[in-house]
Design a binder for this molecule. Structure first.
Ligand code: PLP
Length: 470
């Protein structure tokens, strides 16, 4: 294909994309294909000769589309949403047309300086104090890995990268059992070892870490010659929205000189609304905070905002500059590849700029508030049904429930069957979690085009299908 044919195809695909987004609500949310269907439909060998774009596009519709689970569907209530709002798709389109490699300031000054400005816009939007600097990472998992590596290096007086962890006291990192598995992975990759990830017990309705237990765990490690290195808190955990008492836990981390990281991958977006900020009050004491605009803020995947109180800690951990990456003669510039694990970086700030300008913070706040209010409304209706139990209460727009008709002894099996039957039906999409060992079904609303009617429909689907099962 030549570039002079590009705009024809660009227009066709833009029209297709608009139509897709306007009609996606008519499709089943979860792909209804069986494992292997798509693989079998794709030729085993690559083509030797060029193929026409018409044929490629026809096969895209025939082969790929049936196997798509529609993350942009207005009744996608599973996991957390990964919104691709229209302005974000346009920003991403331009970024992909320019395709700059944004590892250093000089490899794309516009991308670097846009990133600095957008991260500061986000800092203000979240109500974080001046002094936090930001970087866009590809994912919250990468940000958490970067934070854990920083914990390791800081605790080892910046000697770990050079000398490794051999013959050292075990480094210890503290979190609750409600944190995302990206924390476990970061611990593995950093060489700290799963055994040294200390799970502090939780207490209270927010299923947050017990600060006294945190203090006790650190103290007992100090007494037994282990080396406390960092604390990881969650605000809006994946299963139930669990939220640690940020203020108290960060005070304990500070008292012991431990590096702290707050994972607010999903709920961080909600902090653009001042009324939700009490959930993380005290967060300004954190060393590192992550949230994903690619979840609830309408900026399509991937776009992860990572704030740092002192970016020098991160840079000292990750920066490496062989001669071919040096930027001579330019002082005071930022090379963002020194702030992240991958060297190569995409121009992610552009779509953030498009989204924040196209909606304004008020437009974004309105969407989030609607999601929370509609979700709480559904929660209230289901709570009033005697054969349903609310397992965990709404944390923003996320809560969990169980179908529990009288006389059914195996609720785990019943609810697993229920969630599968709902997803086979296709009108809505839900996922399950475990709460204190028991299976519970999650509900969360967060898709940008969701309406109140979409959330209301979830009530009919859930109650009808549940009662038809028992
Ligand atoms: N932290 C939390 C609380 C999450 O819910 C998720 C994903 O849903 C992650 C971290 C990982 O995010 P990412 O896919 O950006 O690595």
């Amino acid at each position: 294909m030549k570039w002079d044919e590009f705009s024809d195809w660009g227009k066709k695909i833009a029209e297709w994309a608009q139509d897709y987004h306007l009609t996606v609500g008519d499709k089943p949310v979860r792909a209804q294909t069986e494992p292997g269907d798509i693989l079998d439909a794709l030729p085993e060998q690559p083509p030797e000769q060029p193929q026409a774009m018409e044929d490629i596009f026809r096969d895209f519709e025939a082969i790929v589309m049936p196997g798509i689970t529609h993350w942009q569907h207005p009744r996608f209530f599973a996991y957390f949403n990964s919104n691709a709002s229209a302005p974000s798709v346009l920003g991403e389109f331009l970024a992909s047309a320019l395709a700059p490699q944004c590892m250093l300031w000089q490899t794309s000054p516009a991308a670097t300086e846009m990133e600095t400005r957008m991260m500061d816009w986000l800092r203000q939007a979240l109500g974080l104090p001046q002094g936090f600097a930001g970087v866009i990472q590809d994912s919250a998992s990468s940000a958490t890995l970067a934070a854990v590596l920083t914990m390791r290096e800081k605790a080892l007086n910046w000697q770990g990268n050079q000398h490794g962890l051999f013959r050292r006291k075990p480094l210890r990192i503290y979190c609750s059992a409600e944190v995302h598995t990206s924390v476990d992975r970061a611990i593995w990759i950093a060489g700290i070892g799963q055994d040294n990830l200390v799970r502090v017990p939780i207490k209270g309705g927010w299923r947050g870490m017990d600060p006294d237990a945190l203090e006790g765990a650190i103290q007992s490690d100090l007494d037994s010659d282990c080396h406390p290195a960092g604390v990881i808190l969650c605000v809006g955990g994946t299963g139930t929205g669990a939220t640690d008492p940020v203020n108290e836990c960060l005070k304990i981390a500070q008292k012991h000189g431990l590096y702290s990281h707050v994972d607010a991958a999903w709920a961080g977006s909600a902090m653009i609304c001042p009324e939700y900020r009490h959930y993380w009050s005290g967060v300004d004491q954190a060393d590192s905070i992550v949230f994903n605009p690619h979840k609830w803020l309408g900026v399509q995947f991937d776009c992860c905002a990572h704030f740092l109180k002192d970016p020098d800690d991160l840079v000292q951990t990750l920066a490496i500059s062989p001669e071919f990456l040096k930027t001579h003669g330019k002082d005071g510039i930022i090379n963002y590849s020194e702030w992240s694990v991958p060297l190569g970086r995409r121009f992610r700030a552009l779509k953030l700029w498009f989204v924040m300008r196209a909606y304004g913070l008020e437009g974004l706040r309105e969407r989030l508030r609607n999601h929370v209010n509609w979700s709480v409304g559904l929660h209230d209706r289901l709570a009033a049904e005697p054969d349903f139990q609310i397992v965990t209460p709404p944390m923003w727009s996320l809560w969990t429930f169980r179908y529990a008709p009288e006389g059914n002894p195996d609720l785990d099996d019943l609810n697993l069957r229920l969630v599968n039957a709902i997803n086979d039906d296709g009108r809505i999409y839900l996922t399950q979690t475990r709460v204190d060992e028991d299976l519970a079904i999650r509900f969360q609303a967060g898709q940008f085009e969701t309406t109140e009617n979409d959330v209301r429909m979830a009530y009919d689907v859930i109650t009808d299908i549940a009662r038809s099962l028992s």
